[in-house]
Design a protein around this ligand. Structure first.
Ligand code: ADP
Ligand code: MG
Length: 278
């Protein structure tokens, strides 16, 4: 029996890692679907030109679909691109299309280029109450990811338990620090999720131990196992939560979602205590 409640402010998490293939999109959509199942109102923003999150959530993202590109570049109101995901009545998605591939360069000449996502999202959230926003980032640290970093307060890093898992992590942490200092003081690394874990290998265990030693507060207890069902789900336009809800991958993603939901309460309690002490 899970007892999680969603009250108060919208949490905005950005799923980031400049490495590709580490489980960003898979984690973004499955955590989103699991949170929606727990009763949260969830919005996923697909900020990757590949559009994998849009595919997995079963929303239209053909070239002529109004998308996050139009929000960032053409000032289209955010609410005009949001689609309901067939996954759950609680789950909405802002799709990406192939046009987004050009946005990295087109953004350079835009006014307030680092804050375009934040501004339009804020307007949308003021009229569309949402508990959790999850942004799926491309595998780079360019202007799209910077837009995610200024729109979010929490960074969620998926780490694949294999060789070179920690390579590039210090660059990512450096970027987060830089954004924190210059553009968004609220931004912090809140969550690390170990993905594609194969407990039979010593290497996976070593990587997991090393990450937990470096980030004891941030790493979720739950690890996501490597599972064929997880990788099959997107080809059916589904998350694994819907595709095979009893599979090991679905169970793990639901547990991770519960941890994430509970952590909000923990963080709020910690902040309250801090206030009392000061
Ligand atoms: P990223 O968004 O970081 O590029 P993806 O989420 O697209 O990474 O995952 C990369 C590949 O690994 C995809 O083919 C995906 O289906 C697969 N994958 C992700 N997580 C798992 C898992 N737990 N078990 C098996 N395959 C997985
Ligand atoms: Mg991806």
């Amino acid at each position: 029996n899970v007892n999680v409640s969603f009250t108060g402010d919208t949490r905005v998490l950005t799923v980031s890692n400049q490495k590709g293939g580490v489980g960003k999109t898979t984690s973004a959509v499955n955590i989103a679907a699991a949170l929606a199942q727990l009763g949260a109102k969830v919005l996923v923003i697909d900020l990757d030109p590949q559009g994998n999150a849009s595919t997995a959530l079963g929303v239209t993202h053909t070239a002529d679909t109004p998308s996050i590109y139009d929000v960032l570049i053409n000032d289209l109101p955010f609410e005009e691109i949001v689609q309901q995901s067939p996954e759950s009545p609680n789950l909405a998605a802002a799709p990406s299309t192939i046009h987004l591939a050009g946005a990295e360069i087109e953004l350079v000449s835009q006014v307030a280029r680092e804050f375009r996502l934040r501004r339009s999202l804020e307007t949308y959230l003021s009229t569309h109450p949402t508990d959790v926003v999850i942004i799926d980032c491309p595998p780079s640290l360019g202007l799209l990811t910077i837009n995610a970093f200024t729109a979010a307060s929490e960074v969620f890093i998926p780490i694949q338990c294999e060789y070179y898992a920690l390579e590039g992590l210090s660059q990512l942490l450096g970027s987060i620090q830089m954004i924190q200092k210059h553009l968004n003081p609220e931004l912090h690394l809140s969550t690390i999720l170990l993905t594609m874990y194969d407990g039979r290998t010593r290497l996976a265990q070593q990587v997991a131990d090393e990450v937990r030693t470096h980030f004891p507060q941030q790493v979720l207890d739950t690890v996501i196992p490597r599972s064929v069902r997880v990788s099959e789900a997107p080809s059916f336009g589904q998350t694994v939560i819907t595709y095979d809800g009893t599979s090991a991958g679905a169970v793990a993603y639901r547990e991770a979602a519960v941890e994430i939901a509970r952590r909000a309460t923990r963080d709020e309690a910690a902040q309250e205590n801090q206030k009392k002490e000061n």
